[in-house]
Design a protein around this ligand. Structure first.
Ligand code: PMP
Length: 401
């Protein structure tokens, strides 16, 4: 029965990590995967997560029963509050719902699946060029006709704001637009607040549906509220929307798969109807979401003291990334590496979109054992005080040769 199943290519990012692990060279560097590392390049378990774990392990009443289909309300409510803000009109007017998902990927998938069944205005979905590779996979899998909107301008190494707005104006009425809420992956370039206002205006004129993906809240500015600004602005403007939340990066809970889909509707009744259909979908897909990661997240989000500590842990992570941006730029400047490198410190979030070409990326891997995605994206979390000189010297070599 399976003789006609063709071999699918391996996933680019996970394959890169595999190659890195197999590489025995002592100076090898993995700047592929977007996972935070300490300056010793070790995985980082947030101290606040350790505290929450201790609380959970000491809880005599903790059991391993099934969670509700959409997750515990004490978790989803806290997640919704985190992204929309406590005073959000959507929360005050009870026109929201939250569904616990399999991390950010699950939120994207469940949200896309729901829209494929219940969103009748359009079958077109627009994703940014470039974007997280999974956006296309996820939306095409559930039957959307996926197209790209201009985002990155290679000349300015910034946002192609004019191209973006033009795409929105020309797109069929009611199209779905996948927007990175903050810390755009892979470019590290976000619209300014004024640009977001312009985007919202055109989206309203054209009745487009905002599908926010928020995988890096706390990583763009180091401030959880600032990083939620765009989403909150759209809610204030009266949009109905979805927001995918991942706690992989900001809680360091990559493998625990704790995520949430926040849904904002026009009315409380609409929110209840939508939630009931999400529960039906979720039941057939995963029955109910995993407990461990979400328990850690809700323990922190629902305790002011732990929440404050979490913000400090987040500042340590975003602070280290900012230091490494500066160190890499300074070293390239010191080496007089041809080109301009200010974009490394101008860009925000976990990634730097270096502008390196595919052929240069290839040489970095083969000659220097430095692993990054083909589009020249560097995960700044893989850079440390110990490897930054080697990385800069390697970049200097490929740029000159
Ligand atoms: N969206 C974007 C833009 C991402 O970069 C990521 C993580 N790479 C995700 C969603 C989801 O990741 P996860 O499923 O691990 O939460």
């Amino acid at each position: 029965v399976f003789q006609d199943v063709p071999q699918a290519p391996p996933d680019a990012i996970f394959n890169l990590t595999k190659q890195y692990k197999e590489d025995t060279y002592d100076k090898k560097i993995n700047v592929g995967v977007g996972a935070f590392r300490t300056d010793d390049l070790k995985p980082y378990v947030l101290p606040v997560v350790k505290k929450a774990e201790a609380i959970l392990f000491n809880d005599a009443n903790l059991d391993h029963e099934y969670q509700p289909i959409a997750g515990e309300e004490s978790y989803t409510r806290a997640a919704v509050k985190l992204i929309l803000g406590e005073d959000s009109p959507a929360i005050v007017e009870k026109r929201y719902a939250g569904v616990q998902t399999i991390s950010g990927t699950g939120a994207n998938h469940t949200g896309a699946l729901f829209l494929s069944l219940f969103y009748k205005k359009s079958k077109k979905c627009f994703i940014s060029n470039p974007t997280w590779a999974n956006h296309r996979n996820i939306f095409s899998l559930v039957g959307f006709d996926v197209e790209e909107y201009p985002y990155w301008n290679p000349e300015t190494r910034g946002l192609d704001y004019v191209g973006l707005l033009q795409s929105m104006r020309e797109a069929p009425e009611g199209s779905i637009y996948v927007l990175h809420a903050c810390a755009h992956n892979p470019t590290g370039v976000d619209p300014t607040q004024d640009e977001w206002k312009g985007i919202a205006e055109v989206m309203r004129e054209k009745n487009h549906f905002p599908f926010f993906d928020c995988a890096y809240q706390g990583f763009a500015s180091g401030d959880l509220n600032k990083d939620a600004w765009a989403v909150r602005y759209f809610v204030e403007q009266g949009f109905e929307l979805f927001v995918c939340q991942s706690f992989a990066k900001n809680f360091g809970l990559y493998g625990e798969r704790a995520g949430n889909l926040t849904i904002v509707t026009k009315s409380e009744t609409n929110a209840q109807g939508v939630l009931s259909q999400f529960e039906k979908l979720q039941r057939s897909e995963i029955s109910n979401p995993p407990a461990f990661g979400s328990r850690i997240v809700k323990t922190v989000l629902n305790n002011q003291e732990l929440y404050n500590e979490w913000t400090k842990n987040l500042q340590y992570m975003s602070g280290r990334i900012i230091e490494m941006r500066k160190a890499l730029r300074d070293k390239l400047t010191e080496l007089n590496t041809p080109g301009t490198w200010n974009h490394i410190t101008d860009q925000i979030g976990m990634f730097s979109f270096t502008g390196l070409k595919k052929s240069q990326v290839q040489v970095l891997k083969e000659k220097y054992h430095i692993y990054m995605t083909e589009n020249g994206r560097i995960s700044m979390a893989g850079v440390s005080t110990k490897n930054v000189d080697y990385l800069a010297e390697a970049i200097d070599y490929v740029v000159r040769n």
